[in-house]
Design a protein around this ligand. Structure first.
Ligand SMILES: C[S@@+](CC[C@H](N)C(=O)[O-])C[C@H]1O[C@@H](n2cnc3c(N)ncnc32)[C@H](O)[C@@H]1O
Length: 291
């Protein structure tokens, strides 16, 4: 059987009473989730002025990630789809306010009230269609749209994700981008299969100096250099979005729309998660004039 929980059952079923208890009592998981949450808080880059902020923990589970927010002195609201996970969070008397809900249906929060959001190991669940009514693309759109609206202008969301493949990663990124976020992906320990971790670091608003994507961590704990961050999969920080990107279509003359142009467009559409016909020798071939 596959080891990815996302492929085994919908989250509210996978994280049943047994699994939720097992998850929360595993010292290995506690340790990993704490480290991921600490890094997420670091990437949130909140002002170090001692003022507690109101943060959101998306897919908060039994409160392991939320506890880190409490340790840093912040208030938080946790959202999760699994009743069992939330029951354990209640049992453990976590400090945050808990909401039972499906992020794929939007967060349902008042606009501009949240100072920052984290999500640890949860958002990739949206890429699966667990019901016939589920369209991952619509769910990602609803999620990122509502996250954007709930954040104060200039606030950050740091989402640690485990995409199954490049297509999922691009799908998640694409929808973050379309919702208006600026920012990018930070990859820590890119060369280690075990330690490699990806964080979407998103800022609510157009790109600015403060929305520049931080560097990922390298094996020795140092930040990766600029040279290392060039190249595709190895990128430490990948530019994602420009909210003010002109939406107008590029003007191309007839000459420009050759096979190369069509292939480029098809690749773009694939990256956005659209179904695109396979490339064949007929792709972009000039049609014969009809009589
Ligand atoms: C791996 S657990 C992580 C829990 C917590 N963030 C932590 O660090 O311990 C993933 C969590 O995401 C939640 N989740 C998955 N899909 C969700 C959805 N559509 N809406 C809300 N929560 C979801 C699951 O129920 C689960 O509690």
């Amino acid at each position: 059987m596959t080891s990815r929980p996302e492929l085994q059952a919908p989250p509210e079923i996978f994280y049943n009473d047994d699994e939720a208890r097992k998850y929360t009592s595993s010292s290995r998981i506690i340790d990993i989730q704490a480290k991921l949450s600490e890094r997420a808080v670091e990437l949130l880059a909140l002002p170090e002025d001692g003022v507690p902020r109101l943060l959101l923990d998306i897919g908060c589970g039994s409160g392991l990630s939320g506890e880190t927010l409490t340790e840093y002195g912040h208030q938080w609201i946790g959202l999760d789809i699994s009743e069992s996970m939330l029951s354990i969070a209640l049992e453990r008397e976590v400090e945050g306010d808990l909401m039972l809900g499906d992020m794929g249906q939007g967060l349902g929060l008042r606009p501009g009230v949240i100072d920052g959001a984290i999500s640890i190991s949860a958002v990739q669940w949206l890429c699966n269609a667990d019901k016939s009514s589920h369209d991952p693309r619509l769910r990602l759109k609803a999620f990122f749209g509502s996250l954007y609206r709930s954040l104060a202008r200039g606030a950050r969301a740091v989402l640690q994700v485990y995409p199954e493949n490049l297509a999922q990663r691009e799908l998640i990124l694409g929808f973050a981008m379309r919702s208006g976020f600026s920012g990018g992906v930070v990859v820590d320990f890119p060369h280690s299969t075990k330690k490699r971790k990806e964080y979407l670091v998103l800022t609510c608003g157009p790109p600015s100096l403060s929305s520049a994507t931080p560097k990922g961590k390298a094996e020795d704990g140092e930040s990766c250099s600029d040279e290392e961050s060039s190249g595709d999969e190895q990128n430490q920080s990948v530019y994602v979005a420009d909210r003010n990107r002109p939406r107008k279509k590029q003007k191309l003359n007839k000459k420009g729309k050759g096979r190369e142009w069509v292939m480029r467009k098809k690749e773009q559409m694939r990256r956005k998660g659209n179904t695109v016909p396979l490339d064949t020798k007929y792709t972009a071939r000039k049609r014969k004039a009809r009589f």
